[in-house]
Each structure stands twice: as C-alpha cells, then as structure tokens.
Design a protein around this ligand. Structure first.
Ligand code: HEM
Ligand SMILES: *[C@@H]1O[C@H](CO)[C@@H](O)[C@H](O)[C@H]1NC(C)=O
Ligand SMILES: *[C@@H]1O[C@H](CO)[C@@H](O)[C@H](O)[C@H]1NC(C)=O
Ligand SMILES: *[C@@H]1O[C@H](CO)[C@@H](O)[C@H](O)[C@H]1NC(C)=O
Ligand SMILES: *[C@@H]1O[C@H](CO)[C@@H](O)[C@H](O)[C@H]1NC(C)=O
Length: 507
C-alpha cells in the first residue's frame, strides 16, 4: 500500500528533477544546485549569503544559477565575469529587483535606489551627479562633517578617561554617521550636545529601522506568484510606514521652504537642493521624499560599518596601526587637529581604507540587478527577468587575483595602484557602471577622515583578556554586513588634552 503511493510520487519527483536538468541544459543556463519543487533553493541558502555563494562557486564555477521559488538568480564570483556584467552588458542588466514590500515602500521605484533603469532613473541620476554630489556641495558641507567627527573624538576621550575600560566602537560610529547624514540631507541635528536624541530624531530612527525590517524580508510569496495568497503582506504595517515617512518628511520640507522665504538664501543641504530643483527637473513629491530617504538609508550604515571593520583590522594588526600613525605624525604633527584638506597627503591611510574595503565590503552582494533583456555572460544565457548578483566580497578574496588574499596588508596598494571606483574589476566595493554608488567620493572622504581622526587622537588596543587574534571577524547576515560581535576597544589618548575639545558650529 505504502509502496503503491510512494512509487508514483517518486516517479513524479524524478521526472521533475530530470525536467529541470533538461531545462537548464537546453536553455544553456549557468550550472548550479538542484532546485526543489516549488521552493527552489530558498532553504538551501545559508544566512550569510555571500559566504554561501562563494562556497557554491567552488563547486559550480565562478558563474552559477539557483532558484528562489521559480525565480532564476545568477551569481557572479570573479573579475572577468563582473566586467561582462557591469561594463559590456551594463545597460541590459541595470534594472532592480524589488520584493513586494520593497516596491511598496519605494513607491514602485520612484526614488533612485529601487528605480528601474529608464527615463526616470537617468533624470534622477543626472540630478544626483550634477547637483547633489558635486565637489562644490560636498566641500560646502565639510564644516558639518568636521564638526561631527570632533564631537565623536570628544565623546571617546570623555568616556575613555572616565571608564578606563573598553568601549563599544559602534555606538560612537553610529552616532557620527547618524548626525552626519541627517545633517547633510535634512539640514538638521536631531540631537543636543549631551548626545540626547530629540523627538523628531527618535521618529527618524524608527522610520529607518522599520524600513529596513520591511525591505529585508524574503517571503516565498514573492517568488511563487500562485502562493502569494498564503503570505499576506502586512498591509497595516506598510500603510503606517508610508504615512509616517510622508508626514515626517513634509514637515521638514515645509520648514526649509519657510526658512528660504524668510531669509532669502538657499542652504547647501540636500533637501534645499531638491526643493529648489523640483520644478526644473519635474520631480514628483514621491521622488523628492524617496531621494531624501535613499541618502539616509544608503549612507548611514555603510560608512559606519566600513570604519568598524577597518578599526578591527587595525587593532588586530598593530604594525599597520603604528605605520598609519607614523604617517599622521609626519604629515600633521601633534599640535593640531587634522582637516579634510590633509587627506590627499595620507597615502598609507588611503591604502588602509582600500584594503579594508577589499576584505570587508559593507554591501558584499551590492544590490540586486535585474536583466531587462536576454544577454550572454561567460557563454551562458541569462534570460530577461533574471536577478543578477555580483559577489564583490568573493572578488576581493579571489586567490587567482590577490596574493595572500586573507592577509591585511595595505602595502599591496602602494606596490600596485588599484582603483576602487569602478574602473578595476578586481575591487568593486561601490559597484561599477551605470549603477555605481553615487556617494562614492563622499563615502571615501568620510571613512578616511573618520579613521584619520581616530588614529591620530588615540592608540587602540583590544580589551584586557582578549588576544588580538581572538577578535571575532565573522559577519552578520543581511544586505549590509555588520560585524557579528560588535568591536570592543580600549583607546589611549596620544595628543595634548586641548585637542580633544569640540566647538559646535551651526550651518
Ligand atoms: C563606504 C560606504 C559605501 C559603500 C561601500 C557603498 C556601496 C554601494 C553599492 C555597492 C551600491 C550598489 C551598486 C549597484 O547595485 O550596482 C550603492 C548604491 C547606492 N549608494 Fe552607496 N555606498 C556607500 C555609501 C554611500 C553614501 C554615503 C551615499 C549617499 C549619501 C550612498 C548612496 C547610494 C545610492 C543613492 C545608491 C543607489 C544607486 C543606484 O541604484 O543607482 N552610498 N552603494
Ligand atoms: C573567471 O571565470 C571565467 C569562466 O570560468 C574564466 O574564463 C576567467 O578566466 C576567470 N577570470 C579570472 C580573473 O579568474
Ligand atoms: C502600499 O501598500 C498600501 C497598503 O496595502 C497601499 O495602500 C499603497 O497604495 C501601496 N503603495 C504602492 C505604491 O504600491
Ligand atoms: C505599483 O505597481 C503595482 C504592480 O505593478 C500596481 O499594482 C500598483 O498600482 C502600483 N502603485 C502605484 C502607486 O503606482
Ligand atoms: C562625519 O564626518 C566626518 C568628518 O568628515 C567623517 O570623517 C565621518 O566619516 C562622518 N561620519 C559619517 C559616518 O557619516
């Protein structure tokens, strides 16, 4: 009896598997793990996705495919193939994959990050390049960044002398990032000088973390259309988030419009830039709001994460830390604070930043691209509608390309000058091509300047009882990868006391 039931089931299953194999071969799709009926490989993927993909590429090769439900995905794991995706076939692979909740919070991609490549995208991207991320504006906003970083140094100094024990690096980095980005975009510091976040600031944080929760969910219902009725979207939560974002942003937009009318001058913050350009570029309110939040979500965590990873490597590698400090002492000395204009002279520190982004890119799979036409990559067919991931984490650790890839050795970038802004496909922390991160220069400025201040002002060591080699360097799951164990460090001041003070500025 049991046999007579099991037999047809088994036969069906075998037919299914054979059919799938046949389909993959006939369509000349990249090889990959065998998909299960209905769910595909959804439950084969381990939480730290980019590590799982790197392991799969050892089995199936540097280009492989897998299924989420019935949705085909392709992952690229080496530099040659990355070039084919982000340069040779760039235009046809520049759409975005949006899950349903993501489509909802991004208002069907009326922002930049989640927009498909097309008329709207080109317009908004042009606005970003010509108006938002110009060197003039980045320069005009420099006092904000310098103010925030000296404020961080002051806080660390206060807490290090008060407690004399280890600090959690992230809480300081997160604060600077939060203040920096919100001031750049919304033109406002949502925190008093004691570090207390005001009501509006708390609201902002809630919107951001809620948005991440909504956007980060992967539901089977997103990939198996006929199953979606079993996976109800949380409409209430979506609606609440939507109106929350709307209300919050409109209040700030009105404040700025009013201030412009009253004073007759326009400030350099992104919100002012967008409001004054709204007519000229024919932007909907949805787009203005979407863009403001794009900057906050894209800029806040990535920068802080990058600095946390770099600090972890510097605490582990005393030699590198000391060499960076020697350079700082040589270029700046110990009787003044660094300014951003010193950065161009700090070549070793710049290599430290590169080396850190090579090993620890904060968005290891970039953001998902979507094929808008059939293309060929590495000789395989990539049908229209395929999601394409570029594993930049694996690119940075490819032993075919990097000597001793796991060793943290910034000197490699002094021996060979390797670009990280999308021209050299061995190192792509910001992506490349049409979709490259528009905040690249701003981000590099911020990371370098933050590290410079941290290293100039303090010597950093692990907490008592923890070996340098005992620092946990594992990542946490997610689109942006934090350290799984927050870095704990002991700072020892190394400059005269008066250089640790902060004098707040208003711009
Ligand atoms: C170390 C810091 C940062 C890293 C490593 C980084 C990296 C990236 C990557 C890999 C992408 C996706 C590229 C692709 O899918 O092809 C991206 C997109 C983006 N980033 Fe960044 N980013 C950083 C900081 C920033 C900052 C500070 C801002 C703005 C204030 C920003 C704004 C954006 C925006 C708006 C997009 C979407 C672009 C698009 O979809 O066309 N990023 N970033
Ligand atoms: C990447 O993989 C492709 C296909 O296997 C291969 O032809 C190419 O040489 C590889 N590139 C590198 C840099 O290893
Ligand atoms: C998002 O979802 C809410 C609740 O279902 C709905 O009212 C709203 O129209 C949706 N927005 C978009 C852009 O799909
Ligand atoms: C967004 O796209 C979905 C699916 O194409 C559609 O049902 C919905 O009406 C769109 N919402 C808006 C506000 O354009
Ligand atoms: C804030 O500004 C400082 C000064 O330029 C910069 O070093 C730091 O990286 C910024 N913080 C973030 C993460 O936004």
């Amino acid at each position: 009896m049991a046999f007579s039931l099991a037999f047809p089931a088994l036969t069906l299953f075998l037919i299914y598997i054979a059919y799938n194999l046949y389909r993959r071969l006939k369509a000349k799709l990249p090889p990959g793990p065998r998909p299960w009926p209905i769910i595909g490989n959804l439950y084969d993927i381990e939480p730290i996705r980019f590590r799982c993909f790197a392991a799969w590429s050892e089995i199936y090769g540097p280009i492989f495919s897998f299924y989420l439900g019935s949705q085909l995905n392709v992952v690229i794991n080496n530099a040659t193939l990355a070039k084919e995706v982000l340069k040779d076939n760039d235009q046809n692979l520049a759409d975005r994959f949006r899950t349903k909740p993501l489509a909802n919070v991004s208002r069907n991609g009326s922002d930049l990050i989640w927009a498909d490549y097309g008329h709207h995208y080109v317009k908004v991207r042009k606005l970003c390049n010509l108006e938002l991320f110009t060197s003039k504006r980045i320069e005009a906003l420099r006092p904000i960044r310098e103010d925030e970083v000296t404020s961080m140094i002051h806080d660390i100094f206060r807490d290090s002398t008060k407690q004399g024990k280890s600090l959690i690096m992230r809480s300081y980095l997160g604060l600077v990032a939060f203040n920096n980005i919100t001031r750049l975009t919304f033109g406002k510091r949502f925190m008093d000088s004691q570090g207390n976040v005001d009501e509006q600031g708390k609201e902002l944080k809630e919107i951001v973390s809620n948005g991440m929760k909504i956007g980060g969910k992967l539901n089977l219902g997103d990939f198996v259309p006929w199953l979606s009725c079993f996976f109800k979207d949380d409409n209430e939560a979506l609606k609440a988030q939507d109106s929350h974002v709307d209300r919050f942003t409109r209040v700030i937009m009105e404040e700025h419009t009013l201030a412009r009318k009253n004073t007759g001058e326009t400030k350099q913050h992104f919100v002012d830039a967008l409001l004054t350009l709204q007519k000229e570029y024919e932007l909907s309110d949805d787009t203005v709001i979407g863009l403001l939040w794009d900057m906050v979500t894209a800029g806040m965590d990535t920068v802080a994460i990058t600095v946390e990873w770099a600090m972890a490597e510097l605490v582990k590698n005393t030699r590198v830390q000391q060499k960076a400090q020697e350079e700082l002492d040589r270029v700046i000395g110990s009787d003044r604070v660094i300014t951003e204009s010193d950065m161009s002279k700090l070549t070793y520190l710049q290599s430290v930043v590169k080396e850190s982004l090579r090993l620890h890119p904060p968005t290891p799979l970039m953001l998902p691209h979507l094929a808008s036409a059939n293309v060929k990559i590495g000789g395989y067919n990539i049908p229209k509608g395929t999601i394409v991931h570029v594993n930049v984490w694996a690119l940075g650790r490819d032993p075919k390309v990097w000597k001793n890839p796991l060793q943290f050795r910034p000197e490699r970038f002094i021996e060979e000058d390797i670009d990280m802004k999308g021209h050299d496909f061995r190192l792509l922390p910001f992506g490349a091509g049409r979709r490259i991160c528009p905040g690249t220069n701003l981000a590099i400025n911020m990371v370098t300047s933050m590290l410079a201040h941290l290293l100039h002002h303090f010597e950093w060591s692990p907490p008592i009882g923890i070996e340098r080699d005992g620092i946990d360097m594992l990542e946490s799951p997610g689109t942006v990868t934090y350290m799984q164990t927050p870095l704990q460090v002991v700072p020892t001041p190394r400059l005269p006391q008066h250089l640790y003070e902060r004098s707040p500025i208003v711009i």
